[in-house]
Design a protein around this ligand. Sequence first.
Ligand code: MG
Length: 268
Amino acid sequence: MVRTGLPVMKAINRVLVTAALTTSGTLMASAIANTDRPDEATLKKYRQQAAVTELWEPVPRPVEAGANGAPPSDAIVLFDGNHLDQWESVKSGAPQWEVTDDQLVVVPGTGNLRTRQAFGDVQLHIEWRTPPVVAGEGQDRGNSGVFLMERYEVQVLDSFENKTYPNGQAASVYKQYIPMVNASRAPGEWQTYDIVFMAPKFGRDGLIKRPATLTVLHNGVLVQNNVTLHGPTEYIGEPLYRQHGNAALELQDHGSPVAYRNIWIREL
Ligand code: MG
């Protein structure tokens, strides 16, 4: 009896609750219909009041978004796997890095690569991969770097189970900001940086007026949240701003055959 009685009671309760809901629902609907619904004049007044805070200009220009990291329609494609027309060697003019299998691979000893075009405020997407065969440790394991304006480095490093000073690990703003978390993938796996960089602004006197800021997503994970740079990212000593104009995006040869692909940038 107990076994059958409980479901029966539950069923009765359900009916009662449903009935109550239906009743109150009907009551509420009729209240809205008969007493609470504003008349047309009041509705017109509401619409006018709401319109005061509607902003109709400017209309954002349409941009076709890319799928799975592909460049949006207004991006400048810096490397799509085919050629290095947009790049030059800092040392020697013609880029010496290797283009193979849609990748751009650092050839150690040939020096940094930089874009021919100079940039200011940008959104940057770049994919990178440290060598699958682990060699070296600390700063000597898969080191490269993404330099905004040739001066401000977001570190590229194999930071998967590789101890180093945290303000020099992958996704650090080199020697200025430790990433919020370590989102590194294993060596040999492709990783992404999505970066928003706001260039420093200098006054007429040449002094810094508004420092540079950086936001970095590492493999889709926020690791630098609008951090304010103290100056160029220096290996030795304190950073110090010196006036400069727009400058290239630069990739670092740090003696390790790090690979890059799918590099695009949007001017902001
Ligand atoms: Mg580096």
